[in-house]
Ligand binder design. Structure first.
Ligand code: CUA
Length: 158
């Protein structure tokens, strides 16, 4: 069959646009799907308990930084390490967190902390905790049978 050359051109153009479109779609899906918005760095999640700072989860006072404390959190099915932490009221805290296994959430009720923790990525968030109280940390990413029991507590104390 003889094709009119304009038809042929449109066929090539159409196919070409489709390929470009799928390529862009693939790229953006990859970026959105694999990099949590709060992720700043990478870590080998299989070795994460041996790699600083995740070898020592917990709260640390820091000097010479824009924040007063660093709260290092290691999440795994179905708990957080540390399970409970006390932070002095008014502290500026940098939360540094990751997951050892699957995707978990780190949402602190009553604050603006709401992160997605993905194995292999380090998520960070800086905030000031200026209201005393007990803040429940919940996992807001479905992570398995124990998902609904996955909790920890941040106590902001005077
Ligand atoms: Cu961890 Cu849901």
């Amino acid at each position: 069959m003889h094709m009119h050359r304009y038809e042929k051109w449109w066929l090539v153009f159409g196919t070409g646009s489709l390929v470009v479109f799928l390529f862009i779609l693939g790229i953006s899906a990859f970026h959105q799907g694999h990099t949590p918005p709060s992720a700043k760095a990478f870590v080998n999640h299989e070795q994460v308990d041996k790699i600083a700072p995740f070898n020592e989860p917990g709260l640390k006072k820091v000097e010479g930084k824009d924040w007063d404390y660093e709260l290092v959190v290691l999440a795994s099915a179905f708990f957080y390490n540390p399970g409970e932490v006390e932070i002095p009221k008014g502290s500026k805290v940098k939360v540094i967190a990751t997951s050892k296994d699957v995707v978990h959430g780190f949402g602190v009720a009553g604050t603006n902390i709401n992160m997605m923790l993905e194995p292999g990525y380090i998520s960070e968030y800086v905030t000031t905790l200026d209201k005393a109280g007990e803040y429940l940390v919940v996992c807001n990413e479905y992570c398995g049978t124990g998902h609904h029991t996955m909790k920890s507590m941040i106590k902001v104390v005077d």
